[in-house]
Design a protein around this ligand. Structure first.
Ligand code: GLV
Ligand code: MN
Ligand code: MN
Length: 415
C-alpha cells in the first residue's frame, strides 16, 4: 500500500502557502473558519489567491458569477482546469476547499520547476459560495456558471440578515447584473480535476494517502417554517400554548428515524428561533433540513417522511407550517475514462488511489454535467469535516500536490 508516495521530493511551496492562507478568516475563539462569500474574509482569500497566481505569471480574472480563474497559458480550447473553493461553512475546517486551491498553486510550482510547458493551458479555479453558507444554495458559483440555477432567482437569495446576493456583490465591488451561464468559458475547458480533502474516513483503513471519486450522492435542502405564538414562559398554561419548538423537536427526531430507515442521512444543522428569549415561548422556529442518500428516490422518500411528521406535529400543537425546497443537487457519476486515465498516471507515480463515492457536495459535480471531470481525495485521518477538527497530514497534502502535478502534466502535456 502506498502512504505518502515513494521517491518524490516534497513540494517546496505547499507548507509556505498553507501557512499564509490559514491565517485568513479564522475565528480566534473556535479555531474554525468563517469565510462567507462577499465578506471581508472572502475578499482577503480572493486577494491572496490573486496575488499568488500573479506572482507565478498567471493571468487572473473574476468571471461574471464571481468565480476566480488564473490562466497558465492562453485562453484556447482544451484547457485543463483544476481548483476548488475558498469559502467555508460556519466554523469550518482549514482544508475543505482551500486544499484544492493551494495544491493547484503548488502543483504549478512543481511543474514550472521541472520546466514543463503546457501544450494545453492550465487554469486554476476558485469557485464562489460553494458551501451555500451565506445564501443557502450550495455550489452557487458553479451552478450559475453551468446554468443550473436561474440568475434572477440567485440575485434575490438572502442571507440571515436579509441582504440579497445582488446587494452583497455590489458591496464587494462586483456587478450582479451579469450573473448566468458561460458556455464560452466551459467550451474552452477540456477537463476539470478537483483535489479535495476526504470527508469521511475510507482511505485511512486502506493505508492510502489518495483516493479518486466515483460519484456524489444526491442532496436536497429544505427550509421548514414553524409558526406559533409568543407567550410568557411562566404564566402561559401548557394547554394554551402554540409553541413551535415542540413540532420542530419532533421533526428533528423524525428526520433521524427516517434516515435510519432509508439508509440515508438527514440533518437539521441550522435553526433560528424568534424571539430567542429564555423566558418566552417562541413565536417562530425556522429550521433547515439537509438530506442525502445514494439515489434520488431515497432522498425524496426521506424528505416526504420528515415533512409528514412535521405536518402531524404541527397539527397537534396548533402551529403553522410552511416547507420550501431551497436546492436540489442530482446524483453525479464522474467520467470513467478520465478517472481511469488519472488512475494510470497515479499508479505510474507510485500511488494507489482507491475509488470512492462521497456524500459531500462539490463544484466538480456541476462541472461534470458539462466537462469530463474527476476528483482526487487526500486522506483525512479522522474523517471529520465541516469542523475545526478537520485535518490532513502535511505529508499527505504534499503527496496530493505531486499527484495533481502528475495529472496536470499528463492532461496538459503532449498527446
Ligand atoms: C459541502 O461540503 C456539502 O457537502 O454540503
Ligand atoms: Mn464543505
Ligand atoms: Mn468543499
Amino acid at each position: 500500500m502506498t502512504g505518502a508516495g515513494p521517491g518524490r521530493r516534497p513540494s517546496p511551496t505547499f507548507a509556505g502557502l498553507w501557512r499564509e492562507l490559514e491565517r485568513l478568516g479564522r475565528d480566534p475563539q473556535t479555531g474554525g473558519y468563517r469565510r462567507f462569500s462577499w465578506t471581508p474574509a472572502d475578499a482577503a482569500c480572493r486577494a491572496w489567491f490573486t496575488g499568488q497566481a500573479e506572482q507565478r505569471g498567471l493571468a487572473v480574472e473574476t468571471d461574471n458569477n464571481g468565480n476566480l480563474w488564473a490562466w497558465w497559458g492562453p485562453k484556447r480550447p482544451g484547457a485543463v482546469a483544476t481548483g476548488s473553493h475558498l469559502d467555508s461553512v460556519p466554523d469550518g475546517g482549514a482544508f475543505d476547499g482551500p486544499l484544492g486551491v493551494v495544491s493547484a498553486l503548488a502543483a504549478v510550482d512543481l511543474l514550472k520547476d521541472k520546466t514543463f510547458h503546457p501544450e494545453r493551458s492550465v487554469v486554476l479555479a476558485a469557485f464562489t459560495e460553494e458551501e451555500g453558507a451565506r445564501f443557502g444554495v450550495p455550489c452557487l458559483g458553479s451552478r450559475l456558471l453551468t446554468g443550473a440555477v436561474d440568475p434572477d432567482a440567485a440575485r434575490v437569495l438572502t442571507d440571515d440578515a436579509g441582504t440579497t446576493l445582488a446587494d452583497a456583490m455590489v458591496a464587494a465591488g462586483q456587478d450582479p447584473g451579469y450573473l448566468g451561464p458561460r458556455d464560452d468559458l466551459l467550451d474552452g475547458i477540456g477537463a476539470f480535476v478537483e483535489l479535495h480533502v476526504e470527508q469521511g474516513r475510507a482511505l485511512a483503513p486502506q493505508g492510502a494517502a489518495l483516493g479518486l471519486a466515483e460519484a456524489i450522492w444526491p442532496h436536497g435542502r429544505w427550509r421548514f417554517d414553524f409558526g406559533g405564538r409568543a407567550d410568557h414562559a411562566g404564566t402561559a398554561r401548557l394547554a394554551d400554548r402554540r409553541d413551535p419548538m415542540l413540532p420542530y423537536a419532533g421533526t428533528a427526531l423524525a428526520a433521524r428515524r427516517a434516515a435510519e430507515q432509508n439508509g440515508a442521512v438527514a440533518t437539521f444543522g441550522k435553526v433560528i428561533v424568534e424571539p430567542n428569549g429564555t423566558n418566552a415561548v417562541p413565536s417562530a422556529v425556522r429550521a433547515w433540513l439537509d438530506a442525502r442518500a445514494p439515489d434520488e428516490a431515497t432522498v425524496a422518500d426521506t424528505f416526504n417522511a420528515v415533512r409528514s411528521a412535521a405536518e402531524s406535529f404541527c397539527e397537534q400543537h396548533g402551529v403553522t407550517l410552511s416547507v420550501r425546497q431551497e436546492s436540489f443537487t442530482p446524483l453525479v457519476r464522474f467520467d470513467a475514462a478520465l478517472r481511469d486515465r488519472i488512475a494510470g498516471t497515479l499508479a505510474a507515480a507510485g500511488f494507489s488511489a482507491p475509488v470512492l463515492p462521497t456524500a459531500a457536495g462539490h463544484d466538480a459535480g456541476f462541472l461534470a454535467a458539462r466537462v469530463p471531470t474527476a476528483m482526487l481525495f487526500v486522506r483525512n485521518p479522522t474523517g471529520i469535516s465541516h469542523s475545526p477538527a478537520e485535518h490532513a497530514d502535511l505529508a499527505d497534502c504534499e503527496a496530493g500536490v505531486r499527484a495533481l502535478a502528475a495529472v496536470l502534466e499528463d492532461l496538459a502535456g503532449p498527446e
